[in-house]
Write a protein that binds this ligand. Structure first.
Ligand code: 5GP
Length: 395
């Protein structure tokens, strides 16, 4: 890719301007691996390739779920380990989410048993300051130093928690436990969405702890490199193999599993009952098709249509326009059936999305986002209604 000026250099990546696109940067991952805030440093041939792939796939998954990230494209193919991102002003914080006690948490709090599950997830902020080993910083201090506002701290915590849950779901589906995760945020610097807080930097195998089968001794992440007493070429090869395995496993994270929601109307007059459901399902990006049948006029046709649909779609869910049709479909097919008259459209769409989310991380993430937005709408409405009345102009 044609690169412009170098704008920044981290321990494992270099950022360049994109000629002719001032709102976009090119992030190039290098082969470096470091620990101890840069005190130990090695090169692993091909690590940049694996890191770019991993980070691009994680960001693509998060974008598909609807989370705000700086990622635009690239990084996954044979493209010199380069991904395109929105240009951001970085917030100088590392946001760590913990689902299992490990690392610096158990060093700081010996009372918390290593490996214990942390519910609710813990979110911690660390100031990015290598010279002082990235010290823990509390929210008051973040505000006091003008690094982020209270609403921004709330948004970072919420987005970080949701990101953790999405990635933990993806890892669970691969029999692995996501222990903790480090994120960084930036504010879009220019162009559309200027000032918006987004997940930025990278999320790769350096950013988390992953324990296959919940076993720390099988760890796949960078901790293995951090724990080495001396670094031999054989150690680096083992690290490389883990990074390769992780990039392959993460490659499956953003693959959407096709699903179809068949909306069945019991007679033409019932079609209108299904209209709000179509809109509500679209919020989750779910595909729908409509059929008009009739339990009392053409019962054989109902069964024929259902058999045809069952034989066509691997992942199918029926939404029927009323109880008779729902009962008939439920008895005649092995596919889940919901009765549209039993639920509000939004509620029904969420149940359908949750049913699919069991083995679909993108759908799981979308459900989390919809729920978070619903919570935030309530809190926003409450804050508005209790806001102090505007001051009368003086004079
Ligand atoms: P801890 O605070 O327990 O050392 O780390 C918590 C999580 O954040 C771990 O998943 C660790 O990999 C990640 N983490 C902490 N500091 C850094 C850092 O400077 N760089 C990267 N890439 N990840 C970090």
């Amino acid at each position: 890719m044609n690169k412009g000026l170098e704008v920044a250099r981290g321990k494992t990546k270099v950022l360049y301007e994109k000629p002719g696109q001032p709102d976009v940067l090119i992030v190039q991952a290098t082969d470096a691996i470091t620990s101890g805030d840069g005190a130990r440093r090695d090169e692993i041939a091909g690590k940049g390739r694996l890191a770019a792939k991993t980070t691009a796939r994680v960001f693509r998954l998060l974008n598909l779920c609807g989370l705000p990230t700086h990622y635009l494209s690239g990084g996954e193919d044979d493209d010199d380990n380069e991904m395109l991102v929105r240009r951001c002003t970085m917030v100088p914080l590392e946001v760590v989410v913990r689902g299992v006690a490990a690392g610096s948490l158990v060093r700081r709090k010996p009372g918390i048993a290593r490996g214990s599950i942390i519910i609710p997830r813990m979110v911690e902020f660390f100031l990015k300051d290598d010279a002082n080993h990235d010290p823990l910083i509390d929210p008051d201090e973040i505000v006091h130093r003008g690094l982020a506002s209270p609403p921004e701290i709330g948004a970072m915590s919420e987005i970080a928690r949701i990101t953790f849950e999405i990635l933990a779901h993806a890892w669970r589906r691969r029999e692995a436990l996501l222990v903790d995760l480090k994120l960084e945020f930036g504010r879009i610097q220019s162009g559309e969405g200027r000032g918006t807080l987004v997940i930025a930097d990278v999320i790769d195998n350096d950013s988390w702890r992953v324990w296959p089968q919940g076993r720390e001794d099988l760890m796949l992440d960078k901790q293995m490199y951090r724990d080495l007493e001396t670094v031999t070429p054989a150690d680096l090869e083992r690290v490389r193999q883990n990074y390769e395995l992780v990039s392959e496993l993460v490659g499956q994270f953003p693959s959407a599993r096709p699903a179809m929601i068949a909306l069945a109307a019991d007679g033409p007059d019932s079609l209108g009952i299904l209209d709000p459901v179509v809109g509500a399902l679209q919020v989750f990006g779910l595909q729908t098709l409509r059929r008009v049948v009739s339990t009392h006029l053409v019962p054989g046709y109902v069964l024929q249509a259902a058999q045809q649909l069952d034989a066509t779609f691997a992942r199918l869910i029926y939404v029927a326009s009323g109880p008779q049709l729902a009962a008939m479909l439920a008895a005649a097919t092995p596919t889940p059936v919901f009765d549209a008259t039993e639920f509000e459209a939004e509620e029904l769409a969420q149940i359908v999305a949750k049913t699919l989310a069991v083995d679909d991380t993108i759908m799981f993430g979308r459900v989390l986002l919809v729920q978070a937005n619903a919570r935030s709408a309530v809190l926003h409405a409450d804050a508005q209604i209790n806001a102090p009345p505007p001051q009368a102009p003086l004079g």
